[in-house]
Design a protein around this ligand. Structure first.
Ligand SMILES: Nc1nc2c(ncn2[C@@H]2O[C@H](COP(=O)(O)OP(=O)(O)OP(=O)(O)O)[C@@H](O)[C@H]2O)c(=O)[nH]1
Ligand SMILES: [Mg+2]
Length: 361
């Protein structure tokens, strides 16, 4: 192992520097706060870098001429041995984590709330031999900070004309959210946008009526689309509109036929890109998450709308989805009322709910 010191204003930034330079395999050997001559407190960490990685990074910047095949072979062999050593050390570190009662307690707490073990392990490994891992509240705050850093929010930008399509599993609240968005863009912002609703949802009895009902109340134009050709023609004819909201049929992640149809719409040859929002209920089941992402990601997802915030107090599964797939969030639906129960997505709201759930322990 090779040691190197990194200095930054806080532990996390110092660790980040080390990771940027040497990758995720570095581990913190020690950490301390030091007062510098300018009166500022800084965090000094000493990281251990596996020899193999240190060599690799150093050699990356060097030109090595005339290295013989034998020498290269020996070097590769040594690297292989180091790799095995490294894996053993990694396992050892995991054991260290497992045996500490604080990490165990915090890990169980977050896992019970839905956060993936692999995600937590990655963080715990980076904290071995630091004070953070020895203090429960420090460790919990560190995890919240990490979550906050990974979550992404999509800014509401009106680069009009704009086509916004909502896709998602059945009954998650796509049509209700479309109605809320229509009201927001047409009436509730400083500027009024010219909005039209399109409905690709022709599979379900009552689906067209539902959206038409909202459209009539809001006096917003509403059009049903029958085919990809029709879609193309209608978009061409609707050029003077600022925002075109497209509702789609709810799809079970296993309904291949509907997927193929929707992919055709998303990829149709039109002038403007479609901004595809996956609508996901905050009550999503852990077992369904992966299938939902795998299947819907074929639709070039741009962002996520989370609905039914009011129907659960447990947000870990949802948060886990965000941490794993890292799509930006655009809006939150927090109830059935049109148009009131809609928020522009913000991390604080989601984190506050998650922290509330954790603190109920
Ligand atoms: N509690 C709660 N209910 C909601 C929310 N958003 C929508 N709903 C309700 O969920 C039900 C289904 O809403 P829809 O908007 O029809 O859902 P959808 O995704 O369009 O459904 P399909 O088109 O059948 O796939 C309705 O009863 C809505 O009032 C929400 O944020 N909270
Ligand atoms: Mg619908």
């Amino acid at each position: 192992m090779i040691s190197e010191t990194f200095v930054a204003s806080n532990l996390k930034s110092a660790y980040k520097q080390a990771v940027q330079k040497y990758g995720n395999e570095v581990s913190i050997a020690s950490a301390k706060q030091v007062e510098y001559d300018d009166g500022q407190l800084r965090c000094e960490i000493v990281v251990s870098i596996p020899k193999e990685i240190f060599m690799e990074k150093s050699f990356d910047e060097l030109e090595i001429d005339g290295i013989s095949n034998n020498e290269a072979g020996a070097l590769l062999e040594e690297i292989d041995e180091l790799k095995i050593e490294l894996e053993q050390m990694r396992d050892g570190l995991l054991e260290v984590n497992e045996s500490s009662s604080i990490t165990k307690e915090v890990k169980t707490l977050f896992m019970e709330k839905g956060i993936a073990e692999s995600w937590l392990d990655k963080i715990f490994i980076s904290l071995v031999n630091t004070e953070v891992i020895e203090d429960k509240s420090l460790l919990v705050s560190y995890l919240f900070e990490e979550i906050d850093e990974v979550l992404k929010v999509k800014k509401e930008i009106f680069d009009i004309p704009k086509i916004i399509m909502l896709v998602g599993p059945t009954g998650v609240g796509k049509s209700t959210t479309i109605a809320k968005l229509a009201a927001r863009y047409a009436y509730l912002l400083e500027k009024s946008y010219k909005v039209v609703l399109l409905n690709l949802d022709s599979y379900k009895v009552g689906a067209i009526e539902q959206l038409a009902h909202y459209a009539d109340i809001m006096q917003i134009e509403h059009i049903s689309i029958s085919s990809v050709n029709d879609f193309r023609e209608k978009l061409e004819a609707l050029k003077e509109y600022d925002i075109i909201l497209v509702d789609t049929a709810g799809m079970s992640p296993y309904d291949t036929q509907k997927f193929i149809k929707t992919v055709e719409f998303v990829n149709s040859d039109i002038q403007k890109d479609i901004e595809v929002n996956l609508v996901l209920s905050a009550t999503v089941k852990y077992e369904d998450m992966e299938d939902i992402y795998k299947n819907f990601s074929f639709l070039n997802l741009n962002s996520i709308i989370i609905t039914k915030f009011d129907e659960t107090r447990h947000f870990g599964t949802l948060l886990n989805f965000m941490l794993l797939y890292n799509l930006p969030m655009s809006y939150f639906s927090i109830g059935q009322e049109v148009p009131d129960d809609l928020l522009v997505a913000n991390k604080e709201y989601l984190l506050e709910h998650f922290i509330g759930d954790i603190n109920e322990e």
